[in-house]
Design a protein around this ligand. Structure first.
Ligand SMILES: Cc1cc2nc3c(=O)[nH]c(=O)nc-3n(C[C@H](O)[C@H](O)[C@H](O)COP(=O)(O)OP(=O)(O)OC[C@H]3O[C@@H](n4cnc5c(N)ncnc54)[C@H](O)[C@@H]3O)c2cc1C
Length: 409
């Protein structure tokens, strides 16, 4: 055997899995078809929100808490700054998933928070023009991660601890064999006791046993808007935010404080998004890519110029219910998969890297990842219909009658 564990994909999830495996002193080897961090998958753009009052489902709160601990461990082990705490503001009318869901998670798990009416949000955070029917949940344990630094730091640390990482090497197949797994990478076949697969938007292109979940790839545009009042947007003053959509067809907007002192990154999730192929997709952002986010800025953040200074296209893999799949494959338990991060996975990469190490080395985990099993799709009518009966909304969480019993809200 070449190693105890082979890791396929060294982006957000794979880099953290390699770090957690190397920290346990086992021989781990990782492969990436590019050299992460890079701009071709799901992790670029300079910032990712991390939050605890998880509006998508309270089941994520224990994972968010452990994730914070691990990000801080990585900072301590390496002396790198990866996490900036700002607090988090969840805005929307009562009854909206963003407001009600954040409040539910906060109350259920004792997350430190305040509930603010529209006037109080406007007074404390005048960058947000709230409508009278909107309210805010302000939580303390939230901020943003620097994703490129997180990945580079985890990969460096993993290699310092003895892991091997091969870049610009494409894996084509991962298959169970007697006593373990075989990974075909470049012109070589590697063997190990276990494998972890975290190939992001290319997961479906790998030759793998059945994942048990249909996956779709979508383009997501991030845009940077210039402010006329930079003092309102400093990380010391401006929490990361999520706000319920201001117009039909737009699920939500999310944004950050200014990292450069002059621009603010904002994105929106739209209900209608085209499915793309990661190998042929056009990654150049056009006006139609940022039209919805410009409209949000015009209506909701009056000190920003609604014409973005720049924009970037990111790709993301979605499951039908917008929750992740993290588990050993039923058909091949030696292969643990981390897939379908549905545009909210980065914050959990540290804890899910740990879960992957647990699955690979111990066959199970004490971490609260039971809700991330693909078995939920066996209960879901959409598994049978594929995507024909798609979610009634594009935000995270399935709101149809086929919602799994553990489901959000
Ligand atoms: C615009 C946007 C905004 C987001 N905002 C947030 C946020 O604020 N907070 C948050 O928590 N999450 C956020 N997310 C989600 C988060 O960034 C993703 O869920 C996460 O990065 C996915 O990680 P991954 O490891 O699956 O993919 P990636 O980080 O893309 O890693 C996959 C890796 O696999 C490699 N690979 C692929 N195929 C092969 C192969 N055949 N052989 C070898 N290597 C291979 C790729 O090169 C890549 O490096 C956002 C996503 C997008 C797109």
């Amino acid at each position: 055997m070449d190693a105890e564990v082979l890791v396929v994909g060294l982006g957000s999830m794979g880099s953290m899995a390699l770090w957690r495996l190397a920290g346990r002193g086992v021989k781990a080897i990782g492969f990436d078809r590019f050299t992460p961090p890079h701009t071709l998958g799901s992790h670029h753009g300079g910032s990712r929100i991390i939050r605890t009052a998880y509006y998508e489902a309270p089941e994520y709160v224990p994972l968010a808490r452990r994730s914070f601990e691990l990000w801080r461990d990585l900072e301590k082990e390496t002396g790198q700054r990866l996490l900036v705490m700002t607090g988090g503001l969840h805005m929307g009318p009562p009854g909206s998933p963003e407001f009600d869901g954040a409040l539910l998670s906060a109350r259920q798990h004792g997350v430190e928070h305040e509930v603010l009416d529209a006037e109080e949000v406007r007074r404390r955070f005048p960058q947000h023009a709230l409508r009278p029917d909107e309210m805010g949940v302000l939580e303390t344990d939230a901020g943003y991660l620097l994703p490129e630094a997180c990945i580079a730091t985890a990969l460096d640390r993993a290699q310092d601890l003895g892991a091997e990482a091969y870049f610009d090497v494409q894996v084509t197949a991962v298959e169970p064999v007697d006593g373990g797994v075989a990974v075909t990478a470049g012109d070589r076949r590697w063997t190990a006791r276990r494998a972890v697969v975290a190939a992001g938007v290319w997961n479906s292109k790998l030759e793998l046993p059945d994942l048990g979940v249909p996956l779709r790839i979508k383009r997501q545009t991030q845009a940077w808007f210039r402010t006329s009042q930079p003092e309102l947007h400093s990380p010391e003053r401006a929490p990361v935010f999520i706000r319920h959509g201001l117009e039909p067809g737009t699920d939500l907007a999310y944004g950050f404080p200014s990292l450069d002192g002059s621009t603010i990154k904002i994105g929106v999730f739209e209900a209608v998004e085209l499915e793309v192929d990661p190998d042929t997709v056009d990654r150049t952002p056009g006006a139609s890519d940022y039209a919805a986010v410009s409209r949000f800025v015009k209506a909701g953040m009056p000190d920003l110029d609604p014409e973005p200074e720049r924009a970037a296209v990111c790709l993301q893999e979605f499951t039908p219910d917008h929750h992740f799949v993290v588990e050993p494959l039923r058909a091949a338990p030696a292969i643990t998969v981390l897939v379908g991060f549905s545009a909210h996975g980065f914050k959990f990469a540290s804890v899910l890297g740990e879960a992957a190490a647990d699955f690979a080395l111990e066959g199970g985990t004490d971490l609260a990842v039971g809700h991330l099993s693909a078995t939920r799709f066996a209960l879901c009518s959409r598994r049978a219909t594929g995507w024909a009966g798609a979610c009634s909304r594009s935000g995270m969480g399935c709101t149809t009658a086929s919602t799994p019993t553990w489901g959000p809200r």
